[in-house]
Design a protein around this ligand. Structure first.
Ligand SMILES: [Fe+2]
Length: 384
């Protein structure tokens, strides 16, 4: 009798386990995000992940109260079926605030002639504001060399003023390497989402560490870069922003790259793009030109191949381009190189791995404030 009782208890326990597992397996949750990418004056890309395969959509509310529902498609097929979702929203007005909420419809079974849908999740609406090339004043925060210390990133953001920023710039080496895409989330994306990334975009300049590890090849999938390149430009307020991709720091034949590095030819390809960029109307007519690049481009001898390559090849193009400011990291030291001081024709502000930079721009000047992890001011520079 006692044995029968124990057996019954065991069956009930196993049934409960398998039932809860079944429920858990069927639960659809937003696992990461949403975060804004590739924001410009007329569009934005919203990225998030779900725990189960889903069809993503975005419900957008315009300032006049009109709503529209957006799903993207490629080659005639609505995007969906995976865990990583990207929805591009176009046709927006510059400098305008919109509300959006993400919509995820679970796919339980995807067959050739029958698709079974499960749960639907609608997240509560949040707002974002498009870039505005006509804005008279702008401000943004630059963070670099976080190297997966997400707690430090949280301190930077908390001790800055996230709700007052137009956007954030992550200027490279946010992770040590990318062996699994999860590192991107735990390393910095989840923290960015917790503080601002659902309603303020971050723009990314790749550092040398992001390229390391087997999942570094999937890096672009988790973001949205303008023209799908790590080097790009855009306008906001009186500034033309030019983002450059510094590449790796060591020579391509360094033994740690195991024959898989081809950065010199990639950098030369980027250089051709830069030559066209500095001749463009948008670049030449801008009030200010700010270059964002992880490794500083100084016209001085350097121990590292990557920095020397940039100095030898990119500095000659930049020196006649009337650059107002270059913002960099990589050295893990705070330093400021006034125009001409290190042989280069533009000021370079290098931010350390223990500080962040607030940048304020108006018609009069560019003002930069370097702050430590507690938000205490370390230095201030103005460029008129
Ligand atoms: Fe670096």
């Amino acid at each position: 009798m006692k044995r029968l009782y124990s057996l019954s208890l065991m069956i009930i326990f196993l049934s409960l386990c398998s039932f809860s597992q079944m429920i858990d397996n069927e639960d659809l949750v937003i696992s990461h995000g949403p975060y804004l990418q590739n924001l410009d004056e007329s569009g934005v890309t919203i990225i998030w992940t779900t725990s189960k395969p889903a069809v993503p959509g975005v419900s957008l509310t315009c300032p006049d109260g009109k709503t529209r529902f957006i799903r993207n498609s490629h080659d005639g097929i609505i995007d969906g079926g995976g865990l990583l979702h990207k929805v591009r929203v176009e046709g927006l007005e510059a400098g305008t605030t919109y509300q959006y909420s993400i919509n995820s419809v679970q796919i339980l079974k995807y067959q050739a002639y029958r698709i079974y849908y499960g749960d639907t999740i609608n997240q509560k609406p949040v707002s974002f504001t498009t870039l505005n090339p006509k804005a008279e004043k702008i401000n943004f925060t630059v963070i670099n060399d976080v190297h997966e210390y997400s707690g430090k990133l949280a301190s930077y953001i908390r001790n800055g003023n996230p709700s007052a920023q137009d956007f954030f710039i992550f200027n490279g080496d946010m992770v040590n390497y990318v062996q699994s895409p999860d590192q991107l989330f735990t390393g910095f994306i989840d923290t960015a989402v917790a503080y601002f990334a659902g309603n303020r975009a971050f723009f990314y300049a790749r550092g040398n560490h992001e390229a390391r590890g087997c999942a570094g090849r999937e890096f672009k999938n988790y973001f949205d870069f303008r023209d799908n390149r790590f080097y790009y430009s855009f306008d906001h307020g009186p500034v033309r922003f030019v983002f450059l991709d510094c590449g790796e720091d060591k020579p391509d034949d360094n033994r740690y790259y195991y024959g898989l590095a081809d950065y010199d030819s990639y950098r030369l390809e980027q250089l051709e793009w830069l030559k066209k960029e500095v001749k463009s109307d948008a670049f030449r007519k801008a009030e200010y030109r700010i270059v964002i690049v992880h490794m500083p481009i100084l016209n001085e001898s350097s121990r590292e191949h990557g920095m020397k390559f940039l100095s030898d090849n990119f500095e000659p193009v930049l020196k006649t381009a009337k650059i107002n400011l270059m913002l960099s990291g990589h050295t893990h030291r705070n330093s400021f190189h006034a125009k001409g001081e290190a042989g280069q024709a533009y000021p370079v502000l290098v931010n350390s791995h223990n500080s962040f930079v607030e940048v304020y721009v108006d018609k009069e000047k560019i003002r930069t404030v370097v702050r430590d992890v507690n938000g205490e001011q370390i230095a201030e520079y103005e460029f008129r």
